[in-house]
Design a protein around this ligand. Sequence first.
Ligand code: BV8
Length: 253
Amino acid sequence: MDIDSIVQELALSEIKIVSVVGAGISKASGMPTFRGKDGMWNQYRASDLATPYAFQKDPRLVWEWYRARMRLLLDAKPNPAHKALTNLEREGLAIGIVTQNVDGLHEIAESKNIVEVHGRIRYARCSLCNYIERWDSKEKSLKDSDLPYCPNCEKQIIRPDVVWFGEQIESKRWDKAIEWTLEATIMLVIGTSGVVVPVSSLPIFAKKNNIKVIEFNIETTPISSISDYSIFGPCEETLPVFTQKIIEISRRQ
Ligand code: BV8
């Protein structure tokens, strides 16, 4: 089915959209994905870099990886896919964005209703005294050598403010993701491989609540089989077309 026909179908009922987003949306902004072609997990092992144990074992290596990602991020800008979601929100058609991404690009694209379920790479925090500070500056991201101790309690090495494998997602973030899903009539699932729990369960939960699921990806994923529609192609191209059409049709209603 082409995008036009999908939008016609969707416009037969109320349009209230929740978006579930993964690393694929930021690919066009120059940020690498984790899986798939040239994904980061092809070069590194998540267990060496994105778990509390990895940080305990070799905090220098983990900081090196996060700083390398931060250096990429300092030049990254939101792309047309991020802006398409902001347009949906401005039109009153979007409830919110549940993002697995930690890059902060939705906020820079001026979306307001965002829940970053896997945290935020632009901040670092102390797991002892909960001190928190911004980390997206050149000098912090360039210093590969030293380990940053907490300037507040001076006892602990501060860590990226992200959720690692084996760590719980903050309940208020997860509750918000569930709340927005239950409020929605449509879920857009954009640029995610659909393998990381618990976010990968959201489209299944949506289907159980009679919510239409539309997937935007460049290839099939485990979510494709439960989606009402899959729109294949780079989301920085397909999503702006989709959102423009759904905005136009909703204005005519
Ligand atoms: C938890 C850190 C409860 C921040 C990340 C065994 C079986 C099942 C589950 C588990 C298991 N063992 C452990 C688990 C649980 C584990 C998990 O799901 N593991 C998976 C890998 C099997 N989950 C957890 O640990 C979570 N916590 O469950 O808590 C608990 C706690 C303790 C004890 C028991 C239970 C925490 C998960 C969070 C992990 N942190 N990142 C950071 O540094 O970034 S996850 C990491 O993966 C990123 O956050 C990333 O966003 C996320 C998901 O990946 P995607 O976003 O989907 O990205 P990916 O590269 O995979 O895919 C990109 C997609 O885009 C592809 O489909 C590609 O085709 C597409 N694409 C590319 N270009 C484009 C495009 N699409 C459109 N347009 C394009 N241009």
